[in-house]
Ligand binder design. Structure first.
Ligand code: ACO
Length: 389
């Protein structure tokens, strides 16, 4: 580690940038972020407009194929997705062998990868194969997330309901009740907000995997594994735990001081791209308030607001503000989503972005193979084991 700090470039003289910060590794027409102004747009459409007017499936179509669908294209896409929501009994039976204590992100990663066993691998240059793979992944991932929730309790999964739209059906499979239309619309808007965010860690992982020309199920599975970490999608689980640990708004300032003094990250704050409040956090906070007005408040919301206010003076000057994960947990909890499914719900949405990047990567592919700075030993001689000390 110390040596990495000393040697700053590789053998061709290229500088080392930890975390690839500021290093462009691809060209992309999918998502534009202005981190200083707090602007985010998918395919040129501002996120606030999409989340107010679009649906998750329409936004998915836009992300993956570049333009908003015509009414007929959208109807066809929605119908195809609806038709492919069910998962094979073999996948469900495989999930029954997973330990009930396992994290749902691990279950999702394994079950997403298993889809590659069912559908042919070698046709990624065939537009029909691409369309079908997109449809299957968008359709089946929510079913697999909901299935594991029940399977781990020893129950049979609930089959999707054809009369319910995408997000309403997911909430139905999860909560075993037909959801309130407001709850379904709020979830749909959350899915739009989380669908894409340029080259975050999981999307980069998806592009690296895609660049080997493997199948899209492996691409999505590798991205799911990357999203699972607490510095990425896993942060929204930790935010609620942190708010509960703080307990009441009066303790927010002390918690923050202590975290900063001990160099502990405050979960749900900070972003590599944004120096202002994440525009998605602004919209999610509004969605949380809509839900609280309708279904009753969450006392942790007051703690969250107090923490945000305290952080404005302590972290704000460093450009550290709430990110997308800060308010999403409060929204998901109000929707009846269990805490360890928050990140799988993120994955349901982000699969749209991953697939958009998969297609874009294949359109101008070159396998990713960065360089490194070797910091290890040189010219050592092997020693027989009985001569080693
Ligand atoms: N709390 C306190 N300080 C922070 C935070 C935070 N949440 N985030 C960054 N900082 C500080 C760091 O301590 C560091 O300070 P220093 O320069 O004095 O050492 C500085 O800001 C830069 O921090 P890095 O970790 O280098 O920033 P990076 O761009 O690598 O990390 C990240 C971004 C991972 C999001 C970081 O802000 C973080 O860990 N946040 C908490 C976890 C989180 O909420 N993740 C979800 C991100 S959104 C998403 O992935 C969907």
């Amino acid at each position: 580690q110390e040596q990495v700090g000393e040697i700053r470039h590789d053998r061709s003289g290229i500088s080392f940038r930890p975390g690839l910060e500021g290093v462009p590794v691809t060209q992309s027409a999918i998502c534009d972020i202005d981190g200083m102004q707090g602007r985010l747009a998918y395919r040129g459409y501002p996120i606030a407009e999409l989340s107010a007017h679009s649906s998750f499936l329409e936004t998915t179509y836009l992300l993956i194929w570049g333009d908003l669908p015509s009414p007929q294209q959208l109807r066809d896409f929605e119908a195809e997705v609806q038709m492919h929501r069910r998962v094979s009994f073999r996948v469900r039976d495989m999930m029954k062998c997973f330990p009930a204590s396992g994290h749902p992100m691990d279950a999702l990663q394994s079950s997403a990868a298993s889809l590659g066993l069912f559908y042919s691998r070698r046709a990624i240059d065939d537009p029909k194969y691409v369309y079908n793979a997109v449809v299957r992944l968008i359709a089946k991932i929510p079913t697999m997330v909901a299935a594991f929730k029940l399977i781990r309790k020893g129950q049979d999964p609930i089959q999707p309901r054809d009369d319910l739209a995408y997000s309403a059906n997911f909430l139905y499979m999860l909560t075993e009740r037909e959801p309130d239309p407001l709850a379904a619309r709020v979830l749909d808007r959350c899915l739009i907000l989380h669908a894409e965010h340029s080259l975050n860690a999981s999307t980069f992982s998806a592009r690296v995997t895609a660049s080997t020309l493997t199948d899209p199920y492996a691409v999505v599975a590798s991205a799911v594994g990357t999203l699972a970490g607490p510095l990425h999608g896993g942060a929204n689980e930790d935010v609620l735990a942190m708010l509960e640990e703080i307990g009441s708004p009066e303790h927010a300032g002390d918690y923050l001081d202590e975290a900063i003094a001990s160099k502990r990250k405050v979960m749900g704050f900070g972003h590599r791209e944004y120096r202002v409040k994440d525009p998605r956090a602004v919209i999610l906070q509004g969605l949380a308030e809509e839900l609280f007005a309708r279904f009753g408040t969450d006392e942790m919301y007051d703690v969250a607001k107090a923490l945000e206010a305290a952080a404005a003076t302590r972290l704000g000057p460093k450009g550290i503000y709430p990110n997308v994960d800060f308010y999403s947990g409060l929204v998901y909890r109000k929707l009846g989503i269990p805490r360890d499914l928050f990140t799988p719900v993120f994955a349901i949405s982000r699969v749209a972005g991953w697939l958009a990047h998969w297609r874009e990567q294949l359109g101008a592919n070159r396998i990713f193979r960065p360089s490194q700075i070797y910091t290890g030993a040189q010219n050592r001689t092997w020693i027989p084991s009985d001569e080693r000390v």
